[in-house]
Design a protein around this ligand. Structure first.
Ligand code: NAD
Ligand code: DAU
Length: 346
């Protein structure tokens, strides 16, 4: 297969590129990425040594550029990871989320219609279902849970999902959608909870926990997400949505304490910060469908995955130090001074 992977210079997309090159060495992977603040060519340095891999810099919302690429490559499949992905940034500036996540998706879908495709896969998120209450641990998101979004980010992702489903129903485009819970692992951009806490703790900086720290996320090791998408694009049924999650629910405060414990740092580094606006309380995925239909099960327990992740950040300090040395400092200062966090990473 010849697969265009959009957003392959970001966190999950790059892990997927490496997963595919290893699992299907006969396949060709073409990464289309605009290299926004979240995209990083250093992440793809090893992939670029592989003749089966090509990197193309470009914006998924640029119709002419996308059509030119499809005409040249004639892909069999598209896996769309490209997105603005950070909820806090969407609260500050929603528009770019609509531009990339909605308009960008519509351009890719049009290209698939125009040039023909065996499979278009949309990488979506559990956030499209909204949140669950903390006092109902019996409730989980299934594929039939109504969409009920909270942030500009989740609105943009839900809108894109609806568009993908419309192209299936209206134009019979062979699509699939996956909605995954929170990922963690190598190459996770430092603005997100787990890498931010590891990096701040390593620098003895305060760890900004929003609100009471009791919000719950359902953590999945990124390689398990990649394995699920690989199965869906090859064996998933056209037009279907598959939820992906590993029943690894943790309160934020517990995740942060686990990281401090792994690094041998004191809990006094924790600082309670002003809560995120509209903060979703709990996410929890029911992955029964993907298990029953495709035999997928997560392979990495949270206890092991978090150890591997902490080790990765310890061993790849150049990777994240390059990132946090530039515009990230300004982002961190702006975002966290608004949240009344006084000590921030230098
Ligand atoms: P990320 O922010 O780390 O990476 C996004 C990538 O997309 C970057 O390489 C960036 O340069 C690229 N990009 C952004 N705008 C683009 C554009 N207009 N054209 C081309 N490329 C562009 O994101 P991530 O955490 O790896 O998330 C990847 C996908 O998975 C997203 O669609 C996200 O909604 C979804 N998702 C993420 C998680 C998670 O926990 N991180 C969980 C479920 C679903
Ligand atoms: O559920 C899937 C989603 O997971 C993806 O769709 C998003 O792209 C991805 O960013 C992630 O969204 P979250 O908002 O859950 O992830 P984030 O790492 O930003 O925050 C995780 C939790 O930690 C959330 O409850 C907010 C909290 N938090 C986050 C940061 C950055 C803090 O308490 N302090 C922080 O500094």
């Amino acid at each position: 297969m010849k697969i265009i992977v959009t957003g392959g210079a970001g966190f999950i997309g790059s892990n997927f590129v490496y997963y595919e090159l290893a699992k299907h060495p006969e396949d060709e992977i073409i990464c289309l990425d605009a290299l926004t603040y979240a995209g990083n060519l250093e992440t793809l340095a090893d992939a670029e040594k592989n003749p089966q891999f090509t990197f193309v810099k470009g914006d998924i919302a640029n119709r002419q550029a996308v059509y030119r690429l499809f005409e040249r490559v004639k892909p069999d499949g598209v896996v769309n990871f490209a997105a603005e992905s950070h909820v806090d940034r969407s609260i500050e500036n929603p528009e770019i989320f609509l531009q990339t996540n909605v308009i960008g998706t519509s351009v890719l879908l049009d290209a698939c219609r125009k040039y023909g495709i065996q499979r278009y896969h949309q990488v979506s998120t559990d956030e499209v279902y909204g949140d669950l209450p903390l006092d109902r641990p019996d409730l989980f998101f299934t594929e039939d849970t109504p969409l009920h979004t909270s942030s500009p980010y989740s609105v943009s992702k839900a809108s894109a999902d609806l568009l993908v489903q419309a192209y299936h129903r209206t134009y019979k485009l062979p699509v699939t959608i996956s909605r995954c819970s929170n990922n963690y692992g190598p190459y996770h951009f430092p603005e997100k909870l787990i890498p931010l806490m590891i990096i701040n703790a390593l620098s003895d900086k305060k760890l900004p926990v929003y609100g009471d720290g009791k919000n719950v996320r359902d953590w999945l090791y990124v390689e398990d997400h990649c394995a699920a998408i690989d199965l869906i694009i090859r064996k998933g049924r056209e037009g279907e949505v598959y939820n992906i999650g590993g029943h690894n629910e943790r309160a934020n405060i517990d995740v942060v304490k686990t990281i401090l414990h792994e690094l041998g740092k004191p809990e006094s580094l924790i600082e309670h910060a002003t809560d995120r606006k509209g903060h979703d309380r709990r996410y929890a995925i029911d992955p029964t469908k993907i298990h029953n239909e495709l035999g997928w099960l997560p392979q990495t327990k949270f206890e092991d995955g978090i150890k591997k992740t902490v080790k990765w950040y310890l061993e790849h300090q150049d990777w994240w130090k390059h990132i946090i040395s530039g515009a990230y400092q300004e982002y961190y200062h702006d975002m966290y001074s608004k949240k009344n966090v006084l000590e921030y990473a230098k």
